[in-house]
Design a protein around this ligand. Structure first.
Ligand code: ARG
Ligand code: ZN
Length: 855
């Protein structure tokens, strides 16, 4: 059952108000609904409500019992042509809901047992989980005002909006803002609040709370609370957006399929994305938590106040909200470092997706299971489109367009057309060509040649986008290309200028130049394209040394490293002296931000090299790539040997731990240096750092260095002993062993981890930490005997009946299979077919595996 964008039709009824009563019980929760529906002009009168895994107890229309027809995916009923009241009572079983969609309980009970006393009720409804709670028009364009009564004995019972009444065994919540059902949430359990408060720009007091289970988690909320307040201030200052309820609640949940969810007034978070302490969280964890808190908070306007008409418009809220959270992080921390990190992630996840069988447009035109489209393309490429739009129209017009968007569409379920129209209205520009970015999949290749004559320098660009599934031919995109020019002596002769490419081939000239310049093209990564330009390592080293654009400065070093690694793999070249000198110069350059230096010294990932080789027509060998990367790291360690101890010492942060960017950057560089040092001192410094570490960043960095050189056995055991009661830290323990196991042993190590008593495969964090990290161990996962493929497939087959969403998502580990040699392809195809032939395979996983196979 494929759903198509072109088939959109509005629902024939308005849902004026919704009253829900929950009588909570682990395996027999009753949900009573009372909804006032108004038939719409021009509707066809067909009354269909979604419903899944519901036991219908009774239904009434205007108080009279009715017997609706139960049909595939819901029910139908004969209804009056006038406004009417629909009532239904259903029964559901949260305690046995391992799919973690709809209403469920966390922690999951052991099979066949009752949930523990600490278990809480919680919900996840986006995208289509509300239909597992009650019969309802579960589509984002049906918006209503919800009043929720929760009956149960839990000390804390929460829902959306503002609290209305609390009594013995019940709580009532009312959300005055119309919202679609996917933003509904309910949480009940024995929870403790970490409280806070915020005064909005118009002087309204908002009570803030982060809710956790009693115990050690209570001491891990302070950072999240401060991040929330920073987010609220930032959205007021930068976008003029104020919060709109009396309370804002966040709840930490251990079993959660994703990062977090922006339910109106009641955000639900994967505990890994909100709980933080210096002892248990790394600098990276802190930064990610800050970004996710901001992301979910920003959804209050971009997602909730203005929502999506249908799920094809998902990028409308996600692309924009990712863009906003990236702006926030850039403001809170370092803008260049954030941009570089985002581009690394974009290439690793989105380019990988866009150049394989799962490629799809930012706004897909069809889907079987919408949960399969919460992808890097929708989110991260979606955010790149917003960035390009802003570059094209300029900051002032962007700000005006956003004001108009909020003014015009507040309360709407909107579309990409609505979004683009506000930019057209504000700027007078025709965005028809720009809209292709939403419709055409694939990463454009932007090739460039140059010539110089009589003081005029010309860049000739050519764009080409390879075919993707269902899209053999692509029309040209409008591409903003930010360019600056440098003199051969290293000075900038032409500062950044944005060239607007609209044709398949187009040239741009700069005149009045004293000599042939060195171009710095695609500054700040101004478009999500693959830039192809004949260059050499002298020029790359020059740009790494002199480019004034921090992104392109980093990019030059990255291109240099990539070129060296690719030649080591494909031609058997030895580590290149130009690279080693350039890297050493960056390491020694105390004028550069330590975080930048850490990024510049990090080699491209093995998967990145495989992607690059494949793009150049070479079949990548994962084991050879691993070896080349190890060899180059070793060569750099030796080349920099004299410098490493000085930098290591200089990056020591004095005083108590602070998660701020400045300190984090120093620790990052120190960790990078420790990695190099470990290759020449046998791990002595790393072992010392492990023993002395006072925070998780340094403890984990030291352990990781030891594992990298195949040591750290005693430290791993000590780590487990120290942290065995902290599930988030133990996730790291599982993760790093699977990720860093030497390729030849990786499958065996991972298999052993899955037999550890702490491995509960039903917990998505633990499953991802173990099997996801293993799949990211490229050389181990792709071991030639196929043991890695088999191991992952076995576990996917086992998880699918319990949790289709997390299973389907992890099938993407196989999405690169067409890159590899015939033997590996045959092995992977065998596993994919084995998964596909599994009896009762979920719709989610069936869709993913079929697409990966190209069926
Ligand atoms: N809207 C949530 C967020 O981006 C994520 C929800 C993911 N839902 C899903 N079905 N995968 O913040
Ligand atoms: Zn989001």
């Amino acid at each position: 059952q494929t759903i198509h964008l072109k088939d959109y039709t509005p629902f024939g009824f308005e849902a004026e108000s919704v009253e829900l009563t929950f009588r909570l019980a682990p395996t027999a929760t009753r949900v009573l609904s009372k909804i006032r529906f108004l038939p719409k002009e021009g509707g066809d009168g067909r009354f269909f409500l979604h419903g899944e895994d519901l036991t219908l107890i009774s239904a009434r229309i205007d108080g009279a019992p009715v017997t609706p027809r139960l049909v595939e995916g819901g029910l139908e009923a004969q209804v009056p042509a006038e406004p009417f009241i629909w009532e239904a009572e259903v029964e559901i079983s949260p305690a046995t809901n391992t799919a973690l969609e709809g209403l469920y309980m966390s922690p999951l009970a052991r099979e066949g047992e009752a949930p523990g006393p600490g278990a809480m009720y919680c919900t996840q409804c986006e995208a289509e989980g509300f239909r597992k709670i009650t019969f309802y028009p579960d589509r984002p364009d049906v918006m209503s005002v919800f009043t929720v009564r929760i009956e149960g004995d839990a000390p804390v019972m929460l829902s959306n909006g503002n609290p209305v009444e609390r009594g013995d065994g019940f709580a009532v919540w009312h959300d005055p803002w119309r919202k679609p059902a996917y933003l509904f949430a309910l949480v009940a359990g024995d929870l403790r609040a970490h409280p806070g408060s915020f005064t909005t720009m118009s002087g309204k007091e908002v009570a803030l709370n982060i809710w956790v289970r009693p115990g050690p988690d209570e001491d891990k909320c302070a950072f999240g609370m401060e991040a929330l307040k920073r987010s609220m201030t930032w959205d007021e200052e930068v976008y003029g957006r104020e919060y709109d309820l009396d309370v804002f609640n966040i709840v930490a949940v251990d079993d959660f399929n994703m990062g977090a969810m922006e339910n109106k007034g009641l955000n639900v978070f994967n505990s890994s994305c909100v709980l933080a302490s210096p002892e248990t969280s790394t600098d990276m964890n802190f930064e990610r938590i800050e970004a996710i808190i901001a992301h979910e908070y920003f959804h209050n306007w971009t997602g909730n106040r203005i929502t999506c008409r249908d799920w094809f418009q998902l990028c409308l809220k996600e692309g924009l909200t990712v863009f906003r959270d990236a702006q926030f992080t850039a403001d809170m921390r370092s803008a260049p470092v954030k941009r570089i990190s985002d581009v690394i992630a974009l290439r690793a996840r989105q380019f990988r997706e866009d150049n394989g069988p799962l490629a799809h447009p930012v706004r897909p035109e069809s889907f079987v299971e919408i949960n399969n489209f919460y992808t890097a393309t929708v989110y991260e490429k979606g955010a790149e489109l917003i960035g390009m739009l802003k570059t094209l129209v300029g900051d002032a017009a962007y700000a005006k367009a956003l004001d108009l968007y909020f003014e015009r569409h507040d309360g709407d379920a909107a579309t990409i057309e609505d979004w683009l129209k506000v930019f057209e209205d504000v700027t007078g520009r025709d965005l028809a060509q720009f809209k292709r970015w939403y419709a055409q999949a694939g990463t454009p290749r932007l090739s460039v040649t140059e010539d110089f004559k009589d003081g005029t320098y010309t860049l000739h660009f050519k764009q080409e986008t390879p075919p993707t599934p269902g899209q053999p031919h692509k029309a040209p995109f409008v591409i903003p290309i930010a360019v600056g020019l440098l003199n051969p002596n290293g000075d900038e002769v032409v500062p950044t200028r944005v060239l607007e490419m609209t044709q398949a081939e187009q040239s741009f000239s700069f005149d009045g130049l004293p000599s042939k310049p060195v171009p710095s093209i695609l500054r700040d990564f101004s478009a999500p394209v693959i830039l192809e330009r004949a260059s050499d390592n002298t020029e790359r080293a020059f740009l790494l040394a002199h480019d004034t654009d921090p992104f392109n400065k980093w990019e030059a070093g990255r291109a240099l490293a990539k070129d060296v690694l690719c030649r080591m793999v494909s031609e058997g070249a030895t580590p290149d002296g130009a690279y080693l000198d350039a890297a050493l110069a960056v390491l020694r350059d105390d004028g550069l931000d330590p975080a930048f230096r850490a990024l510049a010294l990090r080699l491209p990932s093995e998967d990145d090299i495989a992607q690059t080789l494949f793009g150049a027509g070479i079949t990548p060998d994962p084991v050879e790539i691993h070896t080349a990367r190890e060899t180059l790291s070793q060569a750099l360690a030796q080349h920099a040997a004299d410098t490493l101890p000085r930098i290591y010492a200089a990056m020591t942060v004095e005083g108590p731990y602070r998660p701020e960017a400045e300190d984090a950057g120093k620790r990052d560089l120190q960790g990078t240096v420790l990695g190099l040092l470990s290759r020449i001192d046998g791990g002595a410094q790393a072992a010392a750092q492990y023993d002395a570490a006072g925070n998780m960043t340094q403890q984990l960095a030291a352990l990781s260095c030891l594992l990298m050189i195949d040591k750290g056995e005693p430290e791993l055991a000590r780590f487990y002993e120290q942290w065995k009661d902290d599930r988030l830290v133990i996730d790291k323990w599982f993760g790093m062993q699977a990720l860093q196991a030497p390729p030849a042993r990786a499958a065996a190590v991972t298999d052993a981890l899955t037999r550890h008593p702490d491995f509960d495969f039903r917990n998505p964090n633990r499953f991802r930490a173990t099997l996801g990290s293993f799949a990211a161990n490229a050389a181990g996962f792709h071991a030639a005997d196929g043991a890695g493929y088999r191991l992952l497939a076995d576990w996917l087959i086992r998880l699918d009946p319990l949790n289709p969403q997390t299973t389907a998502r992890m099938t993407t580990s196989f999405e690169t299979w067409k890159r590899y040699d015939a033997d590996r392809q045959a092995l992977i195809e065998g596993e994919l077919r084995r998964i596909l032939n599994t009896d009762g395979l979920s719709r989610d996983t069936t869709e993913m595996v079929s697409r990966i196979l190209g069926a």
